[in-house]
Every structure is written in C-alpha cells, then in structure tokens.
Ligand binder design. Sequence first.
Ligand SMILES: O=C(O)[C@H]1O[C@H](OP(=O)(O)OP(=O)(O)OC[C@H]2O[C@@H](n3ccc(=O)[nH]c3=O)[C@H](O)[C@@H]2O)[C@H](O)[C@@H](O)[C@H]1O
Length: 460
Amino acid sequence: MAPSFTSPSPPDNSKAALKQLSSYNSHLLRRVSSHKLLSISSTLLFRTAILLTMTLVLLFTLHYPSLLSHSLSLSSPHPTNPHRSLLSSNRLQSLNPLEIRRSATPTRTNGLSILVTGAAGFVGTHCSLALKARGDGVLGLDNFNSYYDPSLKHARQKLLHKNGVVIVEADINDSQLLIKLFQLVHFTHVLHLAAQAGVRYAMKSPQSYIQSNVAGFVSLLEVAAKNADPQPAIVWASSSSVYGLNKVSPFSESHRTDQPASLYAATKKAGEEIAHVYNHIYGLSLTGLRFFTVYGPWGRPDMAYFSFVHDIIEGKPINIFSNAKRDFTYIDDVVMGCIGALDSAKPSTGLPGGSKKTGPADLRVYNLGNTSPVPVTKMVSIIESLLGKKAKKNVVEMPSNGDVPFTHANVSLAKRDFGYQPSTDLGTGLKQFVKWYVDYYKLEVISKKKEKAQEKVASS
Ligand SMILES: O=C(O)[C@H]1O[C@H](OP(=O)(O)OP(=O)(O)OC[C@H]2O[C@@H](n3ccc(=O)[nH]c3=O)[C@H](O)[C@@H]2O)[C@H](O)[C@@H](O)[C@H]1O
C-alpha cells in the first residue's frame, strides 16, 4: 500500500520498533521527496514548454517578413502584418530628417522636389542623377531586394550619394514610412520606378509582381492622395509589355492593351487602371510611361543584352529566341522622356486629406521607345564585334513564358507633348554599355595585369 503523507504509523518504544520506524520514515521521506521532486519537475517542465512555445511564436512573428521575403526572393513586408508597425517604427527612428531634407531640396529657383522610388534601380539611378544635376531636389527610396545582385544596387547608391542624393532603404508598402517622408518634405513630384521587373520571372514568382506592382503602387497612391500636402504629380513606369498580343505595329497609345501575355504585363496594365481610379476620385495627376526594353550602363543583369555580354566573355553558350525583335531604347533617351513627363505634368487637383478633387487632373500615358526594332540576332552580332569574341549561339524557339515576338513604339504623342526624340541607335548604346561593363567589373585591369605578368614571364 502506498504510504500516506498525513498519517504515519503511531510511535513504538521498542528499539526494533524504533529501527523499523526510522527505516520506514526514511523510506517515506525518500518517497515524499521523490514525489515532490517529480511534481516540481513536471511543473517546471510544463512552464518551460509554455515559455519555449511563446518564445518560438514570438520569434516566428518577428522573422515572418524576412522568411517570406526569402521564399519569394523579393517580397516586402505585407502591409497588414501585425509586425509592420514595429518594422516601420524602427525604420522611422533611423531616418535622418536633416539629411532627407537636404537631399530633397532644390538648388535652383523653381526646382522640383522629387521622391524617386526604385532609386537604386537602373532607370531610377540615371534619372536621379540627371534631376539632381540640373538643380532639382531628389530623395530616393529603395528596398534593395535581391531579384538581382544587390551589390550592383549598392554601387549605384554610392554613386548617387557622391552626387548628393540620399536613398532611404524601405519598401513602398510601408505606408507609415511614406507618410513620414511626405511630412518631412513637401514633394512636388514623385517619379515612381520601384517595381518587380522582368517578363519571364513572373512564372517563377507571381506574388512578387502583385506585391510590388499592384499593392505597392496602391500604397503609394493612397499616401499621395490622402496624406501628402500638397498632393504631388506622379510619373510612373508602365511598360511596352501592356501591348501583349497586339499585332498592329508600330504600337500606339490608342491600341488595345487588353491582351497581356505575362503576369508582369497584366500588373503593369492593372497599374494603368488603378491610376485612372486615383485620378478620377482624388484628382492625382498621373502619367504612365511605357518603357520599351531600356538598356545601357548600370543596367539590369537579368536582361538579355547584359547576360549575353557576361556569357560571351565567359565563353558560355547563349540562347537566342528565333525571330525575336525589340525596340531597344537607350537609357539617356528614356531619362529625357522621364524628365519631359515630369516637367510637363500639371499639378494634382485634390485637396490633402483625401477630399475630392477640385477639378480634373492630368491622366496621361506615353510610349518611350526607340521607334526602330532590331532582331535579337543582330543585337548579338553587335555585341560580338564590340567584344571581339564570337558567341556560342543556340537559336531556339521562343518559349511560351510570357514573351512577345516583337515590340515597336510610335512615340509621336511624347514628341508632341514634351519633345521626346530618341537619338541613340543600338550600336552606339551597346558600345557605351560594354565600356561601362568592362570598367565596372574591372576586366581591363585584369587583362592588363595578365598582360604585364605575361610580359614578365616572356622577358625572364
Ligand atoms: O519593354 C518592357 O516593358 C520590358 O522590357 C524588358 O523585357 P524584354 O523586352 O523581354 O527584355 P529582355 O529580357 O532583355 O529580352 C530582350 C530580347 O531578348 C530575347 N531573349 C531573352 C532571353 C534569352 O535568353 N534569349 C532571348 O533571345 C527576348 O525574347 C527579347 O526579345 C524588361 O526586362 C522588362 O522588365 C520590361 O521593362
């Protein structure tokens, strides 16, 4: 029978009884203490388990956005995530208002004050430099995601910093941070270039396109419509891809854009429709620019011309999609187009606080192309002659992954409204790109070093 803790056996005077009793007692004490120990340990174990679970839940919540962003490679914190406010407040605290205002203040009379989203991107960097150089105030915003090598984005950031442009590292979905920026600076304009780019990558990571090109755009428009005082005029990057399966060439803004061939194209088209809503309700001045395969120095490594140069130098084979043609447009021409669109945009007509517009505002869309499509095979032969090296070519059927066979821009609208006139042919533009590429990746230095080493070996 199990000993009772409350009623041990009565005492006995005899030694034997005492011995028995003491042995019984020590047995009892051992049982009692081992039972107590057992009970204490199980309580402790239970509490530790609860504590551990809570810590794990907390840790998961804290790291959820970064886990998500890794799995999508590019996604940013979700706006409705409960952890958002914590992230946002951390970023808000790290803002330097003096630095921000200095960067965003124009140095010329009547200069613009522009928030450039995607400033560490290819087009964003070039536009920011050009705007700053003519005396406008420019503040950059970029989330430095890892869609392609972020070190290239940081190198662009360094270049911008040298030229007086600060980039705030944050996501356009971070509304709190956007609100704070609009409180710090009365931006006259926004050049919205932050986006998930790339046509074919949309099959691998569809959500990142929704996150950046739809949700992110809405996040920016909400703040611009309801929190900015004054409401800025917004110029933003749409894409030639909105023409999708349209067969009528050259593509003009009046052509149909209801047959997108990729999710990328669909999100850019969605952007144009969303722009209509914010213009209609809030009087935001909105200009969408349909870029046609923009290329040049500091370009995007995911684009064909960039990866072809890389692969040819490395002696790797390249896939050329047969019969593909593009209206390749040089970056300097696109920068002129962006600046023209900014300068010609009329102010927004809504009152701050999201009240209705006081009158109609600009709602515009323009092609920014080169008006001269070139077959991809020709692009490759230009690169070969610039590099002095033959490519290992695989000419393959164009895979059905969202690509369209050709693009060709009619730019007469942009010419009429802000004098857009592309002037760089593909040969000239690619020459500039290869020059930059060799310099950026220190290929000349390496080959000179090699030459010297070879000379040394030869002379010894
Ligand atoms: O104007 C736009 O709105 C888009 O332009 C750009 O898309 P694209 O015109 O598709 O550029 P890019 O990938 O450089 O392919 C160039 C050509 O090479 C062909 N191509 C491509 C890859 C390959 O391996 N082989 C090949 O032949 C391919 O078939 C194509 O004919 C931007 O990336 C996009 O973000 C968006 O801005």
